[in-house]
Design a protein around this ligand. Structure first.
Ligand code: ADP
Ligand code: MG
Length: 611
């Protein structure tokens, strides 16, 4: 958000309660908007960014509210103590619930959250010591330094201080090492895990973070409302929070405030007007909300905030402010020692992968030595990508074994294999399209620095962050994408996205680089540039295993070729020898299938001419 705009917004927020003409009702509304914003902010992180839908946030609000209600009224404890108790209880609950439900995938996760949110709701309503359906009343207002926050105009400051603070923390978190990991969750786990991200852990982290925000909202609510009862913590409120997140724009922190403000104001206006129009007191606003939701999903799929942001950027002359900038200078990250040229790096021994009855990789064996560029070629469906997935731990082997630097890796998880120094790209590019090119590549360096969530949220990791971004920029320069650091990755041409993936793999400081069709979609000149980069890497001692269809590219670049067909190794050796192998010619020229793209045909034809 624009700095100036931020100052104006904060200034107006600060002055509002001081202006006598502002009606009390507005202040109350703003207080409730603040309380909702906290819950919705959690959903922005959890659902909008992380892709995990929760129908249970209101239950966490309830935990915050009931905890402070009980401890302050029954034991007479200070709300400033009960806040921490509430946070602790929420932390334990959310960690447990998260660890169990976040394993569910697809539609089962939202269903799971509905299940536990209903259980908590009925628990609030049935426990005698929580006052059952009457709840707990007589809660004292908050006070700070002897000043009572009983009046709406007073607690207003605390509410909005907490909201702005939470926005700041969440924004910081999103633009940091853990934030990049969190933003990678939505696209499925295999890419992120390949760069060492423990995706299961990050899911629990954002779940707990969102629950804690909801808990603080509940704590404030109890002392603002001075009474709690189960109904505001039920499923329909959870749905309303989710609705606010979607309407506001679930991908950006300001969307939380915009969505809350819009829905709360609209709900109030509808409750005013609809009974007058229809002459009944039925809950018509729900129907209007439903229709509104359909419109928003149809015409502004990313919510309202991105529209505001676009207007803001137009006012600034169309320039987008990069959210993370590479520093001009920073300490270089240390590199892992490179093995001596010629030492054995990777060895596959009878590696086998079956998918049901299909043998995708049929007892493949080969060796790769340090500094070598090896090509893995073969027609579509030969099992090349599956072989990559076996080496990188994305898929488990059916039988056989794989050793990396003398150590068995076929029983390791993808993120542990990444830690050993294997970097990869994907045949179907896997990047975060809405994140800048720079930050996408910085995700590759995830394992080279350790920054926790708290440090990132407090923005106390500037130094480390600068080092990571500096490294990312360096790798992008190296592969020739230096001009695109701040472009959204999704805006690059497909060929450039592949090159971006190479930079991301390099940012991990690998010993072995696996490239799955890196030259697909590149123009002739770009292919030459890529070949130069790969040659230089190999000179520096990097070992490279690549799958490629462009035969010219492969023949000129590689030292060694393995040819696969139907999962089986057909031939192996120096490119010029393999090229003349009758079995290889038969596989390529005898069995061209419809899946072959033009590039591939061109490559084969030119290599046929060469033969
Ligand atoms: P290539 O990369 O050489 O074109 P792949 O390794 O992608 O080939 O695929 C090899 C064979 O395995 C193909 O027949 C493909 O359909 C099959 N295959 C690949 N992945 C899976 C999977 N996850 N489940 C079932 N079959 C798969
Ligand atoms: Mg493939």
């Amino acid at each position: 958000m624009n700095r100036l705009l931020l100052v104006v917004v904060v200034g107006v927020l600060a002055l509002l309660p001081q202006m006598g003409w502002v009606p009390e009702f507005w202040i109350t509304q703003l207080n409730y908007i603040g309380l909702s914003s906290l819950v919705v902010l959690g959903l922005v992180l959890l659902t909008g960014v992380g892709g995990l839908t929760s129908f249970g946030q209101a239950a966490f609000v309830g935990i915050g509210a009931y905890t402070t209600a009980w401890f302050t009224t029954k034991l007479g404890w200070s709300p400033w103590v009960t806040l921490w108790i509430a946070l602790a209880i929420t932390f334990v609950f959310a960690t447990l619930i998260g660890a169990i439900t976040l394993r569910l995938s697809g539609h089962y996760l939202p269903l799971g959250t509905i299940a536990w949110s209903l259980s908590l709701y009925y628990l609030f309503g049935n426990l005698a010591f929580l006052g059952q359906h009457d709840g707990i009343s007589g809660i004292a207002p908050l006070s700070v330094f002897g000043i009572s926050l009983g009046a709406g105009r007073n607690i207003y400051y605390l509410v909005w201080l907490i909201v702005l603070g939470s926005l700041w923390l969440t924004y910081n978190l999103l633009h940091s090492r853990p934030g990049r990991a969190i933003r990678s969750l939505k696209g499925g786990s295999s890419m992120a895990e390949s760069f060492g991200v423990n995706t299961a852990n990050y899911k629990v982290i954002i779940f707990v973070y969102a629950a804690l925000l909801a808990c603080v909202s509940g704590w404030l609510y109890a002392h603002l409302q001075r009474a709690v009862s189960p109904s505001p913590f039920g499923l329909n409120y959870s749905i309303e929070y989710l609705f606010m997140a979607v309407v506001g724009g679930a991908g950006s922190v300001w969307g939380a405030v915009v969505g809350s403000a819009l829905i709360i104001t609209l709900k109030d206006q509808l409750q005013n007007w609809l009974p007058r129009i229809f002459d009944t007191n039925a809950n018509f606003e729900l129907i209007v909300f439903g229709i509104l939701m359909i419109f928003i999903l149809q015409y502004a799929g990313n919510g309202i905030w991105p529209i505001f942001a676009r207007i803001g950027s137009l006012l600034r002359g169309g320039k987008k402010q990069p959210q993370a900038e590479a520093p001009a200078q920073a300490t270089a990250l240390e590199q892992r020692p490179r093995p001596e040229k010629g030492t054995l790096i990777l060895e596959l021994d009878k590696a086998r992968k079956e998918f049901g009855g299909l043998v995708a990789v049929n007892d493949i064996s080969f060796k790769l030595h340090a500094g070598e560029i090896m090509g893995l070629i073969g027609p579509n469906g030969a099992g090349k990508s599956t072989t990559f997935n076996l080496i990188t731990g994305v898929l488990p082997l059916t039988s056989g074994d794989i050793q990396f630097e003398g150590k068995r890796i076929d029983n390791l998880r993808a993120r542990d294999i990444a830690r050993l120094g294997i970097g990869r790209t994907f045949q179907h590019v896997q990047l975060i399209p809405t994140m800048s090119v720079l930050e996408n590549v910085a995700l590759g360096a995830h394992l080279r620095r350790d920054v926790g969530v708290i440090k990132a949220a407090l923005h106390a990791e500037r130094h480390t962050e600068a080092e990571l971004l500096f490294e990312a920029a360096k790798q992008l320069e190296r592969v020739g994408l230096g001009d695109y650091l701040y472009e959204e990755a999704g805006n690059l041409a497909l060929g450039q996205q592949r090159i971006l993936e190479i930079a991301r793999a390099l940012a991990a400081d690998p010993v072995l680089l696996l490239l799955d069709e890196p030259a697909a979609g590149l123009r002739y000149k770009e292919k030459q540039e890529l070949a130069a980069v790969l040659n230089q890497l190999s000179d520096e001692g990097m070992s490279i295993l690549l799958v490629e269809h462009d035969m010219d590219f492969v023949m000129n670049l590689t030292d060694h070729l393995v040819v696969m067909d139907f999962g089986t190794k057909l031939a192996e050796g120096k490119p010029q020898d393999v090229q003349q192998n009758p079995a290889v010619l038969q596989a390529y020229l005898g069995g061209i299938d419809d899946d072959f793209d033009e590039d591939e045909l061109a490559g084969i034809n030119s290599s046929k001419e060469a033969v």
